[in-house]
Design a protein around this ligand. Structure first.
Ligand code: HEM
Length: 469
């Protein structure tokens, strides 16, 4: 091991941890190559991870297709019906109720999934048509559509196969970047922390002594609500105010994530932050115009853009039996609309009251009835819609199909990556030589990178403390 510790320093051997450590300048973006004698350094772009198929999982390769492609023309034209906002407004609308969970997975999941999967945007318009006058539409969209563009594909393939622009491994891509130039930029001081790229939640509760009166005033001036009660302060941030991260401070921000329950993972999607995000179009003359983004509608339309198979074909591809009816999908007792004086007979699906709740968590109409009214039969059910409508398995945030997908994906991330931490002999050698154990909880990593000690964080930061309910 010729002089490696002197050149690189022991901390830099922790290649697979999420702690914000730097990597040696010898990391290349091409094929994996030999490190200083006793371990191999993986490439930045994933190339060479699989020795028999060096291109597998590399930046720019096609996503793996697990079920037959579904395109209107068999080649690359997305199916257009039913309109994705129409579906979203009848299945994903929350009807004013948010059901919560004490599993705190979404922030971490977002960080993880953007390290092993990210599509490429193109200039080809694929905007989703929008009708302001069609009930149950309740927000105004002056653009007349939800802006969307088609994803980039790998050249020369029919049917279209979409390109993954990050490597397909759990390799800290978001921390290290996929090529030398990006790594150099990330290593340039505090840029590694990327504070401006975070999506902070709305509320932080912490000790008021962290801030001066002038700092609290400055936060108020930027639109945050600041409520001081005794020795504590609660800071409410508007969504999408990442520029406040520095001022609020990363420690209390991460600590507060664990104190707020998340929305449950089900077919219901939060209205203001995800399903009807309203933006003012600059100008406001003669009146303010608005644009709306609906992430659920984008998900439906993106599935069609990528030619994702229909729900039952995807179930088959994951070894599950296809569902015979809409009520079998949702696990409900009926797929008919009730005889209810609040509903318009024969047009229940367009009646906003069909989404109302008769008791907490129970709607006036079943999801199965609305799915049937939208799709007619099972041959066109968008996979993501059917999948989200499935009842959650006991003790899980996932229904049957989601569970099967995530299980297979995470097994592949583990078994298909020879640098996965449990497969990587270098990490055992580092522990033996330097006494550095790469195994850390996320709580350890938060404590190591902030001024919040481990003891002030939840024992398991993936669960809300105190638990929901
Ligand atoms: C306020 C919170 C969030 C907002 C506003 C948001 C917004 C978006 C938008 C606009 C897209 C692009 C949709 C498209 O055009 O296809 C997207 C993609 C995506 N989001 Fe989120 N998202 C949020 C939270 C999350 C979370 C918590 C996760 C994971 C648990 C997540 C996972 C993903 C994934 C996997 C994609 C697809 C990435 C790709 O293949 O390119 N997002 N998100």
């Amino acid at each position: 091991m010729p002089g490696s510790a002197a050149i690189i320093g022991p901390m830099r051997f922790m290649r697979r941890t999420v702690a914000l450590v730097t990597v040696g300048a010898f990391l290349g973006s091409g094929a994996a190559h030999a490190g200083p004698g006793w371990f191999e350094v993986q490439s930045l772009d994933g190339r060479g991870n699989n020795r028999a198929h060096p291109e597998w999982g590399a930046v720019g390769e096609a996503y793996l297709r697990v079920a037959p492609a579904r395109y209107a023309d068999g080649a690359g034209q997305p199916v257009a019906e039913p309109n994705a906002r129409y579906v979203s407004s009848r299945i994903f609308a929350d009807g004013g109720q948010n059901l919560l969970s004490d599993r705190q997975v979404s922030q971490w999941a977002q960080f993880m999934d953007h390290t092993f999967g990210l599509r490429e945007d193109t200039n080809t318009d694929a905007s989703i048509p929008w009708d302001n006058d069609a009930p149950p539409e309740h927000v105004r969209n002056d653009l007349g559509s939800i802006p969307m563009r088609r994803s980039g594909v790998v050249e020369g393939l029919t049917p279209y196969e979409q390109k993954n622009i990050v490597s397909s491994y759990l390799d800290g891509f978001a921390v290290y970047g996929g090529e030398q130039g990006r790594l150099a930029w990330l290593r340039d001081g505090a840029k590694l922390l990327l504070p401006k790229n975070m999506l902070p939640r709305r509320k932080v509760t912490t000790d008021v002594s962290r801030y001066t009166e002038a700092q609290l005033e400055a936060l108020r001036a930027k639109g945050a609500t600041v409520t001081v009660t005794g020795e504590k302060v609660e800071i409410g941030m508007l969504p999408f105010q990442p520029d406040l991260v520095d001022e609020v401070q990363i420690g209390p921000l991460l600590q507060s994530f664990g104190a707020q329950p998340e929305n449950r993972n089900d077919e219901v999607v939060d209205e203001d932050t995800l399903r009807s995000i309203v933006f003012l179009i600059p100008g406001c003359q003669p009146r303010c115009l608005t644009a709306v983004v609906d992430v659920s509608a984008l998900d439906v339309e993106r599935g069609r853009d990528h030619g994702i198979a229909i729900y039952n074909d995807l179930r088959r591809a994951y070894g599950l039996t296809p569902q015979p009816s809409f009520r079998a999908i949702s696990g409900e007792t009926t797929e008919s609309f009730p005889a209810d004086p609040e509903l318009t007979p024969g047009d229940e699906i367009n009646d906003p009251d069909s989404l109302g709740h008769v008791s907490p968590g129970v709607r006036r109409t079943t999801t199965a009835a609305r799915l049937k009214a939208i799709y007619g039969d099972l041959s066109g059910v968008d996979a993501i819609v059917g999948m989200m409508a499935e009842p959650r398995l006991p003790g899980s945030e996932f229904g049957e199909l989601q569970h099967a997908i995530w299980k297979k994906q995470f097994e592949a991330l583990r078994d298909g990556d020879r640098f996965f931490h449990a497969n990587d002999p270098a990490l055992r050698i580092i522990k033996a030589r330097y006494g550095i154990d790469h195994r850390r909880t996320l709580g350890d990593v938060i404590a190591a990178n902030t001024d919040v000690p481990c003891g002030d964080l939840a024992y398991n930061v993936f669960r809300t403390h105190p638990p929901v309910g």
